[in-house]
Write a protein that binds this ligand. Structure first.
Ligand code: GUN
Ligand code: ZN
Length: 445
């Protein structure tokens, strides 16, 4: 044992099996990209990870009484949801419709309630509580057209200390009057919200035109101008989710080459843009996404629930050279999606892959919910891995969260099989604890 003076005085630590990525498994292969430490130690000071490795190597650096032990669990980076609508938490599981009818019958009805700031505050907290219960520590979030829905969300996220991306939805046509702004008002409100929230603590603003059919050319133009004035902000929208939607976009923007070209034309592609769904894309659009450094958010539970189609993992992440991969994160897309659990989302991503002839390994699925999602958001220097210098947002996963999972785990040969069983069978019940910047933010037991 080293003398006590060798201990980092303000440090705390978590000990247990740890798993994280040092590379991209789609490019480097699963073995090379994954770091599994059967008895790991993560040392945390002032909310940052200052050392991570094997307990044997690092034990001398922290006082034994500062170590919290999780022997039967798996410590992961906090999970990242790259596309979700917090106001739709109240309409998860709405029956019987595909995208456009679903928006009109359920979504646009629910979103009108967010004119009431009290309602927005209450749902923000419910949503963030559910994120924590699911092990999600960062998300890219759509609010509603009401600026108050953004204030409510950011106020709550700030209080919870979570790193969050969010923005006011822009809609100036093809939606109920109570949910529309104008090109000018949408610009002014978004600018005021950027000035109020962007870069404050762990919060990032996202300029959020809902999708091409609900914005006039003037509104998309204004959104592009705003982003050029504030290039460190994000831009999030929906792209090529549903065939009827794509036909509609063709009618509304007949001079554009394809759906992505609508956004591209108004300067809405590039680093920190996140396009939800991206299912029915042509090769030109894939190439344009990669060359502009734009990201896509794959939302598998939404795509099966709304009957939208199958995401092309191979084209997005392992294209035929000389084509380049596209930054990709997994996402729940609640309330089109059916669960806020990224484990459920990983399981559904596997099934979407199977239906499309691509078998998504557990390592690749987890990557798309951690380090890969962080890269999609250009946040890999802050979150998404268990690595010195990164923020200590961590999920402690119980590997025996139901009797059946416990039984199944006894027949697992290695960590890859164990991880796969978790992503197919586990859900929020497996979240044992969540740490936000090293502080215990949720404890199941
Ligand atoms: N396209 C435009 N708005 C939405 C939305 O709220 N959810 C989904 N899934 N697709 C959309
Ligand atoms: Zn969405």
């Amino acid at each position: 044992m080293p003398p006590p003076s060798a201990h980092r005085s303000a440090a705390v630590a978590l000990r247990g099996p740890t798993l994280s990525f040092v590379d991209d498994p789609f490019q480097a292969g699963d073995e090379a990209a994954l770091r599994y430490e059967p008895d790991g130690l993560i040392i945390i000071e002032d909310g940052l990870i200052t050392a991570a490795g094997s307990h044997a190597a690092l034990r001398g650096q922290v006082a034994p009484e500062a170590v919290t032990r999780y022997p039967d669990a798996l410590i992961l980076p906090g999970l990242i949801d790259t596309h979700v609508h917090y106001p739709q938490t109240q309409i998860i599981g709405a029956y019987g419709a595909q995208l456009i009818d679903w928006l009109n019958e359920y979504t646009f009805v629910a979103e009108q309630q967010f004119a009431d700031a009290g309602h927005a505050r209450a749902v923000s907290r419910t949503f963030l509580d559910e994120c924590l219960r699911a092990g999600t520590t960062t998300a890219a979030v759509y609010c509603t057209v009401h600026p108050g829905s953004v204030d409510a969300f950011f106020e709550a996220a700030r209080e919870y200390g979570m790193r969050m991306v969010a923005g006011k939805v822009l809609m100036d046509r093809n939606a109920p009057a109570a949910l529309t702004d104008t090109a000018q008002a949408g610009y002014d409100d978004s600018l005021a919200l950027i000035e109020r929230w962007h870069g404050k603590d762990r919060l990032h603003y996202a300029i959020t035109p809902r999708f091409a059919p609900t914005s006039t050319p003037e509104q998309l133009e204004a959104a592009g101008a705003l982003w050029r004035q504030h290039p460190s902000a994000y831009m999030q929208t929906h792209l090529s989710e549903n065939q009827a939607e794509i036909e509609w976009v063709k009618q509304l923007f007949p001079r554009r080459a394809d759906y992505l070209d609508v956004y591209d034309h108004y300067g809405l592609t590039g680093p920190r843009s996140v396009f939800g769904h991206a299912i029915h894309l042509g090769e030109r659009e894939w190439q344009r996404l990669s060359e502009t450094g734009s990201a896509v958010a794959h939302c598998p539970t939404s795509n099966t629930f709304l009957g939208s189609g199958l995401f092309d993992f191979a084209r997005a992440r392992q294209p035929q050279p000389p084509a380049l991969p596209v930054r990709t994160g997994l996402a729940t897309d609640v309330g089109g999606g059916t669960s806020l659990s990224m484990l459920r989302t990983m399981g559904e991503a596997y099934k979407v892959g199977q239906l499309g002839g691509y078998s998504l390994s557990a390592a690749k699925a987890l990557y798309l919910a951690t380090r890969g999602a962080a890269q999609a958001l250009y946040l890999e220097d802050k979150i998404g891995s268990i690595e010195a210098g990164l923020e200590a947002d961590l999920l402690v996963l119980d590997l025996k969260s139901t009797p059946l999972i416990d039984f199944r785990m006894k027949h697992c040969q290695d960590i890859n099989e164990a991880l796969f069983v978790q992503m197919i069978m586990a859900d929020d019940r497996a979240t044992k604890a969540v740490y936000i910047k090293g502080r215990l933010a949720y404890s199941r037991d």
